[in-house]
Design a binder for this molecule. Structure first.
Ligand code: WTA
Length: 806
């Protein structure tokens, strides 16, 4: 390491302190002191840069300072892992290295070697190497650190129209070039046919947000027009379009059929084994009316909750819309959840009926869903009826008086069922999502505001033209993304969508691209985890297909790393398609922060700016004051139509969780975010303990209680570990009962048990055995320390914790 004392000239003491502070960070689990040390390091770096500038580039003083800065940055990168260095940091490191290297080569080769070694072993190395290679081509880094963002490769500036699929080194080179491109303006051809190109849209909506949302709402069919927009008299219990009446299923179906679009395909459904069904709006209308009548026959009334536990088959849409038609809020449970988790969600929502399936297909196997559901629902008092869709045709146990087959009900039902106008604030659905406790939150969405929010954003963000586009949102209908952008948004807009039953690698790893080609998909919306998975499988799969129908790509649910963004852009979008990175939540119901594809220049990894009509802010954690540039808590400062209205049966928790930290007018999102100098928002991650595995929200407490339910377990704590593929993975620290020793059998048993209780997605990646969980003096589990151990940052700190013996 550079010895400051051997250098001439003034090295700011704060820069020297920066290194100390960074070294101190290595084993420090305490959040406050980490933050303080990071701030100290940052200050040192800033002072260093100023001092270096003053000293010029040719003096020994400047050399000493630069060397220190490089050291500190490399250290920072190594300690904080790959997440920290942003492109600006990288460029700074590179520029400083560029300055010091030639001089050091003459003056102090030993020191140079030390620095190079340090950089080589840091996570910066690869990125720096890429940067260098690109620079040796047509890139000329110019300007000081602050202009780093403006550096562009010539090749990166222009899209490659009609680009051929790239592979191998050529692809690597292209990705490296583009890594230096700061922004991606909307491609000209896209803008030429985009429906949203009016740059004043944001400003107009900002001048009169209520007017803006009212205008969006009027795109729907109202049986009784509304006269009020948002009622803010009892915050945070906001009401939207309070005196209006409408029916969601009418808006999703009848309206289009009446307009003469009955024969338009609503869903191109693709089955796992290559089956195909075209589901038209007219067909949806027929089935929805019959099922709605059948449910009423069974005694389901307006306001009764109906559970839906189905795979990705057209019947799931029919089930949701039939509920909506008669005003029975649906409670859809993701098909990947275990029956025990379904039971819990049925129990807490007091569901009266459940619509499920005989069996579900998964990669060539059939899971006997109905039999498992029977076992789980055993004694649920409220659950009076189970409707069973025959999908796989497997032998299915049926209980007399309680169970009925879906097809038989439909055949016997009256074909006409008028859509009953509902109050705008009538609950449309409940969707359970994980919070910070073991008890899932029943997020309640209502009718008029939700439909306004999802239909407007589906139109704007995806630039939808229902006459021409084929839309595909790959999310399962059991998540909010499936509700809003596989079902309600597209159907309200009269869109044609693709629905796929299976996994992205069954029957083969090119199935997604094959479906895009076959159905001429123009807009594709998926998750960063899925993109990373496809990256891992290789470009040969997308490259083997004609993806030229695509014109727009989207991502959702988790931060996307620039590398995955660029791969998506180059390999899938062939550099023609803008990417909309959409930030939102189960609670927000609708997309809140996202680029408008015909207007916004995108930055890989940033969800850009709040959509028109949406007000978001980044505020200081302690004071709540707005942070102009930098990191803080993300909040929403104005109600929006698609917002949740409460948590089912728990108004208190609703207020406490979202509306107490900064008052009843400020919605606490629960994410930290950075606002950059251009006002772009970068979502950093959750501020609570919520874990996102493959973009799916899980509560550590929920997993912990499943682990503790295993008879051999005394105590457990669950934390997230970062994972290259799934974003985060679950790591469990487990104390066994009595004298039991952790073995690979018990490890397997516990992991299996969690999958049984909650679902595959909650299966812990790793288990650490521990005699005792580390706790603070007040008895709280030291989760930060556990996270450091899980990440391999602090092993050896706690002698009582051991790696699993396998
Ligand atoms: C995260 C999913 C970064 C965030 C629609 C949020 C994102 C949580 C993004 C909600 C994004 C969602 N970039 N992070 N574009 N979108 N998140 O309820 O932490 O499953 O609070 O809704 O996902 O997850 P949920």
């Amino acid at each position: 390491m550079a010895e400051g004392s051997t250098r001439d000239g003034p090295i700011p003491p704060s820069l020297l302190a920066a290194e100390e502070a960074l070294l101190g960070l290595r084993h420090d689990p305490d959040a406050d002191s980490r933050r303080a040390n990071l701030a100290l390091a940052q200050r040192g770096l800033d002072d260093g840069r100023i001092a270096a500038k003053t000293a010029g580039t040719d003096s020994r003083a400047a050399l000493g300072i630069h060397t220190r800065i490089v050291d500190a940055l490399a250290l920072l990168a190594r300690i904080e892992g790959v997440a920290t260095p942003q492109r600006d940091d990288l460029l700074r490191v590179d520029q400083q290295l560029g300055v010091v290297e030639p001089i050091l080569e003459i003056l102090d080769p030993e020191l140079l070697a030390t620095i190079q070694e340090r950089v080589r072993v840091s996570p910066l190395a690869r990125q720096l190497a890429a940067l260098r290679r690109a620079a040796s081509g047509d890139l000329t880094p110019v300007g000081g650190p602050s202009s780093a963002g403006k550096i562009r490769s010539k090749a990166g500036r222009e899209a490659r129209p009609g680009a051929q699929p790239l592979a191998g080194e050529e692809l690597e080179r292209r990705l490296e070039e583009l890594l230096l491109q700061d922004r991606f303006p909307p491609p000209r051809e896209f803008v030429a046919r985009s429906r949203v190109t009016d740059a004043s849209l944001h400003a107009r909506a900002e001048l009169d947000p209520d007017g803006f949302w009212a205008e969006q709402a009027r795109e729907l069919h109202w049986d009784q027009p509304f006269t009020t927009v948002v009622d803010e008299s009892n915050p945070p219990f906001y009401k939207w379009f309070g005196d209006g009446k409408l029916n969601a299923s009418y808006n999703c179906i009848d309206r289009h059929v009446e307009a003469g679009h009955g024969e338009r395909v609503a869903f191109h459904w693709a089955g796992e084994e290559g089956e195909y069904r075209a589901v038209t709006y007219a067909a949806l209308s027929r089935d929805v009316q019959r099922l709605a009548n059948a449910l009423e026959q069974l005694g389901v009334r307006k306001g009764d909750v109906v559970g839906v536990y189905l795979p990705m088959i057209p019947e799931v849409v029919v089930a949701m819309l039939a509920c909506a038609r008669i005003g029975a809020p649906h409670n859809v449970v993701f098909g990947g959840f275990a029956p025990e988790a379904v039971r819990e969600r049925m129990r807490v929502s007091q569901a009266k009926a459940l619509i499920t399936v005989d069996g579900a297909r998964r990669k060539g196997k059939i899971a006997p869903v109905k039999a498992a559901v029977d076992e789980a629902m055993r004694d649920l008092r409220w659950l009076e009826h189970v409707v069973v869709v025959r999908h796989t045709g497997i032998e299915t146990p049926m209980s007399d008086g309680r169970d009925a087959f879906y097809d038989e009900l439909l055949a016997a039902a009256d074909p006409d069922c008028a859509a009953e106008p509902m109050d705008s604030e009538h609950p449309l659905f409940i969707l359970y999502s994980s919070g910070s406790t073991a008890k899932p939150k029943g997020i309640v969405h209502t009718t008029g505001g939700y439909l306004t929010g999802v239909s407007a954003t589906h139109g704007y963000v995806f630039d939808l033209d229902p006459e021409r586009d084929v839309f595909w949102c790959s999310a399962d209908v059991g998540w909010i993304t499936g509700h809003s952008y596989s079902v309600y948004g597209p159907l309200c807009n009269g869109a044609t969508s693709v629905m796929f039953e299976g996994a992205p690698d069954y029957p083969h790893r090119a199935i997604w691209w094959e479906l895009i080609e076959r159905h001429g998909v123009t807009i594709f919306y998926t998750s960063p985890t899925a993109i990373r998975l496809c990256m891992k499988w290789g470009v040969q799969h997308p490259n083997a297909h004609d993806l030229s129908s695509l014109r727009l790509l989207g991502t959702e649910g988790e931060p996307i790393n620039p590398k995955a963004w660029l791969w998506y852009h180059v390999v899938v979008g062939r550099e023609r398609c803008p990417i909309v990175d959409t930030w939102w939540q189960t609670e927000t119901g609708q997309i809140m922060i996202a680029p408008l594809p015909g207007l916004t220049a995108t930055k890989p990894g940033s969800a850009a700016q709040p959509l028109p009509g949406v007000a978001a802010d980044v505020v200081d954690e302690a004071t709540g004051a707005s942070v102009e540039h930098g990191q803080g808590l993300l909040v929403l400062t104005r109600p929006w139509p698609g917002m949740l209205r409460t948590l089912y049966d728990d108004d208190d928790r609703y207020v406490r969780t979202y509306w107490s930290r900064f008052g009843s007018h400020t919605y606490l999102v629960g994410d930290a975010a950075i606002r950059d100098k251009d006002g772009y928002l970068w979502i950093v991650g959750r501020i609570d303990e919520t874990i996102k595995v493959a973009g799916q929200r899980l509560s550590p407490a929920e997993v912990e209680s499943a682990i503790v339910a295993h008879p051999k377990v005394a105590e457990a704590a669950v934390v997230a570990q970062s994972d290259e593929l799934t974003g985060q993975a679950i790591v469990a620290f487990v104390t066994l009962q009595g004298q039991l020793e952790g073995t690979s059998e018990i490890d397997g048993e516990i992991r299996e048990h969690v999958a049984d209780q909650i679902g595959e997605l909650a299966r812990p990646r790793r288990i650490f055995w521990t005699d005792e969980l580390p706790r603070t003096r007040s008895g709280k589990i030291m989760r930060r320390l556990l996270r450091d151990i899980a990440e391999g940052r602090a092993l050896g700190q706690v002698t009582k914790l051991r790696e699993p013996r396998r």
